[in-house]
Design a protein around this ligand. Sequence first.
Ligand code: GDP
Ligand code: MG
Length: 440
Amino acid sequence: LGRRINSAVSEVTRSSVVDSNVVDNMLKEISNALVEADVNIRLVISMRKKLKTKIESEDKPGINKKKIIQKAVFDELCELVDCGGAQVFKPKRKQANVLMMVGLQGAGKTTTCTKLAVYYQRRGYKVGLVCADTFRAGAFDQLKQNATKARIPYYGSYTEVDPVTVAADGVDKFKKEKFEIIIVDTSGRHRQEKDLFEEMVQIEDAIKPDETIMVLDASIGQAAESQARAFKESSNFGAIILTKMDGHAKGGGAISAVAATNTPIAFIGTGEHIQDLESFTAKQFVSKLLGIGDIQGLMEHVKSLNLDQKDAMKNFQEGKFTLRDLQTQMNNILKMGPLSKIAQMLPGGIGEMMNQVGEEETSKRFKRMVYVLDSMTGKELDSDGQIFIDEPSRIVRVARGSGTTVTEVEAVLLQQKMFARMALQTKNMQQQMPGGMGGR
Ligand code: GDP
Ligand code: MG
């Protein structure tokens, strides 16, 4: 999707005359790409109309049309996914905030409960977990295990079969003990069944949550919309948590779910571990959707580790990225681990490679890429890579010197080129957006 939208926009950027024909073609291309990425077709059509109006209304002489288009596409997607700036739930201190999780089986409710508990605990809240899933055998054990690992107090029962009773008892207990955040895990079913919705409504009636949160699997594509709609009919959830955003899923379906239920996304789940929860920001989400890569997040992560990256950062902000920058970044990445997390933030298919061949193999390939870079001369490293195209014999030399292959050297050069392109894109976008990328 990202590639197609970007290429549609750069198509316009390339053509010297931007007439309404060119704009129409671009909008058509972008629309097709969005539909393919599981965004609802009606939504896409309305977005297309809006974009056209916007682009035409800003068509004044002296204004750069290409920039307007780029920014309009980005903004429009942000607005869609940001749910018109709707506020997500903010728990209040020194009082009980009851949060109830709903969603289909396997969506990630139980996992997310603990993640969320840890998130709030780290922010100084007194947090407790309640397991109201009496439907699935082993559900309480799963929650108990997670909670114990994270040192979160929990409540559940092996004998009580009525989920409403367990939920009410647990919430009561924690309220009495002055807990500030009480997270109630509920059961799911494989499909949207009457039973499930009835149970959900009964629990809601019994515990009167301050917020109900729907947990939605990002990898289910188009189905996200109908699923969210169906849940909204029985439960007026006020926030969505999108899970499994660490995989292939780009979350196009979630945009439709947000729009259909007029409910904002509060967090995204980015892995199976307790710490893999991030608060949601529209700009980052859309950047990923458009394939720009979460370079801001990556840079921040690198920065937080206090690694050597000053020059790369400086270059990047100037829209440049040399092979030496790539070398620095790759070395940093190897130092950072776990690779899987970092890989997802990188553009150019590293994340995909990771998903296909696994962490160990990716790590091996990474190291070989570093060998390649280590075999380059200073002059080569400080170049933008053109030197290798001008003198291909250098590629053979580096391959030999590093004990790798010509293909591997070429892959490194390609990687650097992608980063360089991204640096340029990021610079262009940042120039148009006060406040820059990332963050609401
Ligand atoms: P529930 O049935 O809704 O309670 O779902 P679970 O919490 O039991 O999760 C189902 C599966 O999804 C488990 O294997 C989890 O480890 C996995 N899972 C949950 N959230 C994420 C996530 O953000 N990323 C990944 N990769 N896996 C997740
Ligand atoms: Mg569960």
